[in-house]
Unconditional design. Structure first.
Lengths: 134, 554
C-alpha cells in the first residue's frame, strides 16, 4: 500500500502540478454540485472544471451560487466553461449557446475564490448581480 | 533580503455575454500581499443598468498588493451608469491596461471612470469616447468613432464591413488575446486583430503563394519574401507545394531580410494538422526550412532597420541547420507559434532587439518545440534567447529541450537564456538542457510562473524517468520572480541563485541532485549547502514530493 502511495505521488509529481476534477454539467443541480465540489476541501483534487452543456440554466433561488447572498467561499481553483455537447466530449465556444439566468433581486453569482477562477463561454441573460471577490 | 509574497490569483472572465439585467457586475482580485491578474477578454456587456457602475473592477487596498488588469477586446455598449461615475469603474489597480475594446453609446457617466487609487492607464487601440478621474499612461491608436455595429439595439454587436474596428487592433495583448472570438471563430483573421469581441472574416491581406521547394525562382520562398517586401501592407505567404509532408525547402544562401509586416503561414500547406494535445505534439507540420549544406547564420530575420510597425508572424514551420532559426533585430510584437526548432540548429529564436514578442501561447496549436540548440564554437546557444535590448516577451506553453513530437529528448545548451527585462515565461515544459533557464547578470524584473522544469511531458506508468537539466534554473540577475514552478530530476540544484533580490514563491521541488547531500534543491549564494540554504531539505525523496518551499534570495 505504501509503495502504491509513493507511486501515486511520483505519478502526480511528474505529470502535472495540479489534479483536476472534471464534471459534465447538464442541469442546475449538477451545476450546483460543481460549485459545491470547488467550495469543499477534498484533498483529492486541486481544481474543478465544470463543463457546462449548451442550454438554459435558471440559477434563481439556488444558494449554491451565492451563499444565500453571502459570498460563497471557493477553496479550489475553478473553471466554468460553457458550450459543451451532451456528453461534454466536444465544445463549441459560442457564448450565445449556454445561457444562465437569475431573475431574483439578490446576487445570482456571488463567489469568493481563494485560488484561480475562470468563467468562459456563458451568456448571462438579464442576470441580476454578479460578484466575484477574491 | 526580499520578502516573499502570496500565491498569485488569476480571475479570468472571457468569451461571455452579459446582456440586460440590473446591478453591478463586479470582479475583484486581491491577494493580501501578492500580485493578482484580473482578465476580461472577448466579452460583450450590453444594456445593463446600474445606479452606480454597471461594471466594477477592483483590486485590494492592502499594502504590497499588485493587481494587474487586462481588459481586451470587449464590447461595452448601451449600459447606464450614475452620471458621476462611469460604465466601467476601476479602483485600486496598479497596472490597468485596456486594449481593443469598443465603448459606444453608454448613458450616464463616462465610458471609463477611476474611483480611487488607479495607476496611469495603458490604452491601446480602443474605440472610446471619454474617461474621467483617470491619469493617462501609455496611449496609442485609440479612436472616438462610430464602430458601425450591425444592430446594437437588437444586441448584435458584430460590425459592418466598413467598420473602423476591422483589422485595426493591437495584436500584442498581454497574456494573449485568446484563440477564439465570442462566437467561437478564430480570433486572429487578417493583417491585425479586430477591435471588439467579434472577428470579421475580412483579411486585408495579400496572399503570395509558394509552390516550389526550389531555393529560388518562380514559386520559391525566396521570391515570395522579395515580393512581400516590395508590396506595402501586411502580406501573407501561403504554401501549396505538391507532395507529402514535410516538403523540404533547401536554401543555398541566406533568405532576404524581412522588411515589411508578413505572416509566413505553414498551416496552409496541404497535409498540415494542428496540435490538439497538451502532453505532446500530435499535429503534422508540413514545411521544413534548412540549408542545402552546412550551416546558415539565420533562417528568417527582421533587420534592425525595420521600424516598430513591422511585424513578423511565423506559424507552424520546421527549422533545421541554422545559427538561429529566427532572429529579431527590429520591429515589434512578432509572433512565433506552432513551430519546431529541430535538426541541430545552433539556436532557436533570438529576440535581439524587439519588444512584446509572443512565443507560443495559450492554445495547443501554438505550442513550439525547441530542441538540439548547441553552439558549435563553444559558445552556449539557446532554444530561446531574449536579448538585453528586448523587453516584455511572453514565452508561454512551449516544450523546450524536447524533439518535434514533444516527447523525445532534445536538449539545448540553454533552454531559455534571458538577458533582458520584464519578460513573462509561463507554463513551459523545460527539460534535458544543460541549464533549463539562465538569467544573465543584468536580467531583471522577469516573471517565471507555473513552469515544469526537469520533468517529462507526461508519465502514466511509474517509475518515471525524468527529463532533468544539469541545472534547472540559474539566476545571476536581480529582482526576478519565480512563482509556482516545479523543479525535479535535475542533476544539479533545481534553482541556483547568485543574484540579489530575487523571489522564489510557492516552489515545488523533488529528486534534484545526484543523491548526495551536497546539492540543495534551492541553492542560494555559494554553491552547495551554506547558511543561506539551511531551511531547505536536501534531496527530498519521492515520499515528500512536491514539497513547497517559500524562499528569497539574499
Amino acid at each position: 500500500m505504501r509503495r502504491l502511495f509513493v507511486m501515486f505521488l511520483l505519478l502526480i509529481s511528474t505529470s502535472s502540478p495540479a489534479q483536476d476534477l472534471s464534471l459534465c454539467v447538464g442541469n442546475v443541480s449538477q451545476f450546483a454540485s460543481a460549485i459545491d465540489a470547488a467550495a469543499g476541501n477534498d484533498p483529492g483534487f486541486d481544481r474543478v472544471i465544470a463543463r457546462v452543456r449548451t442550454g438554459t440554466y435558471d440559477l434563481s433561488g439556488s444558494t449554491a451560487f451565492s451563499g444565500n447572498n453571502v459570498a460563497r467561499l471557493i477553496n479550489k481553483d475553478l473553471v466554468i466553461s460553457g458550450g459543451y455537447n451532451s456528453d461534454c466530449s466536444a465544445r463549441s465556444l459560442n457564448s450565445f449557446n449556454t445561457i444562465v439566468r437569475n431573475t431574483t433581486a439578490t446576487r445570482g453569482l456571488f463567489l469568493a475564490p481563494i485560488g484561480d477562477l475562470t468563467i468562459q463561454g456563458l451568456s448571462f441573460d438579464n442576470f441580476e448581480g454578479i460578484w466575484v471577490r477574491a | 533580503m526580499t520578502s516573499t509574497v502570496d500565491v498569485l490569483t488569476r480571475i479570468e472572465f472571457s468569451n461571455n455575454r452579459v446582456f440586460g439585467g440590473e446591478g453591478n457586475f463586479e470582479l475583484n482580485a486581491e491577494s493580501g500581499s501578492g500580485t493578482s491578474l484580473l482578465i476580461l477578454k472577448n466579452n460583450e456587456f450590453g444594456g445593463r443598468v446600474s445606479a452606480v457602475c454597471p461594471i466594477d473592477l477592483s483590486g485590494d487596498s492592502g499594502a504590497g498588493t499588485e493587481v494587474r488588469l487586462i481588459m481586451a477586446n470587449n464590447v461595452i455598449s448601451l449600459n447606464t451608469s450614475d452620471t458621476l461615475r462611469g460604465t466601467v469603474c476601476v479602483r485600486h489597480i496598479e497596472q490597468p491596461g485596456f486594449y481593443n475594446n469598443i465603448f459606444f453609446v453608454n448613458v450616464g457617466g463616462s465610458d471609463l471612470h477611476g474611483v480611487s487609487n488607479v495607476a496611469p492607464i495603458t490604452t491601446r487601440n480602443n474605440i472610446i469616447e471619454a474617461t474621467t478621474n483617470l491619469t493617462a499612461g501609455s496611449s496609442s491608436g485609440n479612436l472616438n468613432v462610430n464602430p458601425q455595429f450591425l444592430n446594437a439595439l437588437g444586441g448584435d454587436f458584430r460590425v459592418q464591413s466598413t467598420s473602423p474596428a476591422i483589422n485595426s487592433g493591437e495584436d500584442a495583448v498581454p497574456t494573449g488575446a485568446g484563440a477564439s472570438d465570442i462566437l467561437g471563430g478564430p480570433r486572429f483573421v487578417g493583417v491585425a486583430i479586430d477591435r471588439g469581441a467579434h472577428e470579421s472574416i475580412i483579411t486585408g491581406t495579400s496572399d503570395i503563394l509558394v509552390t516550389s521547394i526550389s531555393d529560388s525562382g518562380v514559386g520559391s520562398l525566396r521570391n515570395a519574401i522579395v515580393a512581400a517586401n516590395s508590396s506595402p501592407g501586411f502580406n501573407r505567404i501561403a504554401f501549396n507545394i505538391s507532395g507529402g509532408c514535410p516538403r523540404v525547402i533547401n536554401l543555398n544562401s541566406l533568405l532576404p531580410d524581412i522588411s515589411d509586416s508578413l505572416t509566413i503561414d505553414g498551416t496552409t500547406q496541404p497535409g498540415f494538422v494542428p496540435n490538439t494535445n497538451d502532453l505532446s505534439y500530435n499535429g503534422t507540420r508540413c514545411v521544413l526550412l534548412k540549408p542545402t549544406a552546412g550551416l546558415l547564420q539565420t533562417g528568417l530575420r527582421v533587420p534592425a532597420a525595420a521600424s516598430s510597425s513591422v511585424r513578423l508572424v511565423v506559424d507552424s514551420l520546421i527549422f533545421g541547420g541554422f545559427g538561429y532559426a529566427v532572429r529579431l533585430d527590429g520591429g515589434r510584437a512578432h509572433q512565433f507559434g506552432g513551430n519546431a526548432n529541430a535538426m541541430a540548429n545552433e539556436g532557436g529564436i533570438w529576440v535581439a532587439d524587439a519588444d512584446d514578442v509572443e512565443i507560443g501561447g495559450s492554445e495547443f496549436s501554438q505550442l513550439n518545440t525547441f530542441a538540439d540548440s548547441s553552439g558549435a564554437d563553444g559558445v552556449a546557444s539557446a532554444g530561446i534567447l531574449l536579448g538585453a535590448a528586448s523587453e516584455r516577451a511572453e514565452v508561454i506553453r512551449n516544450y523546450i529541450g524536447f524533439s518535434a513530437n514533444g516527447v523525445l529528448e532534445g536538449g539545448n545548451d540553454f533552454g531559455i537564456h534571458v538577458l533582458g527585462n520584464s519578460h513573462v515565461i509561463e507554463q513551459n515544459l523545460i527539460g534535458n538542457n544543460t541549464v533549463g533557464l539562465f538569467f544573465g547578470s543584468d536580467a531583471a524584473n522577469n516573471s517565471l510562473t507555473g513552469n515544469r522544469i526537469g520533468v517529462p511531458a507526461f508519465c502514466f506508468v511509474p517509475p518515471c524517468a525524468g527529463s532533468g537539466n544539469l541545472i534547472g534554473v540559474r539566476i545571476l540577475g536581480h529582482d526576478n520572480a519565480l512563482v509556482s514552478n516545479l523543479t525535479a530530476f535535475n542533476s544539479g540544484p533545481g534553482v541556483r541563485v547568485e543574484g540579489n533580490s530575487n523571489s522564489i514563491i510557492d516552489h515545488s521541488s523533488h529528486s534534484n541532485g545526484d543523491g548526495s547531500l551536497l546539492v540543495p534543491p534551492i541553492d542560494i549564494a555559494s554553491a552547495g549547502f551554506t547558511a543561506n540554504d539551511n531551511d531547505a531539505v536536501a534531496n527530498p525523496p519521492m515520499a515528500i514530493a512536491d514539497r513547497t518551499f517559500r524562499r528569497s534570495s539574499a
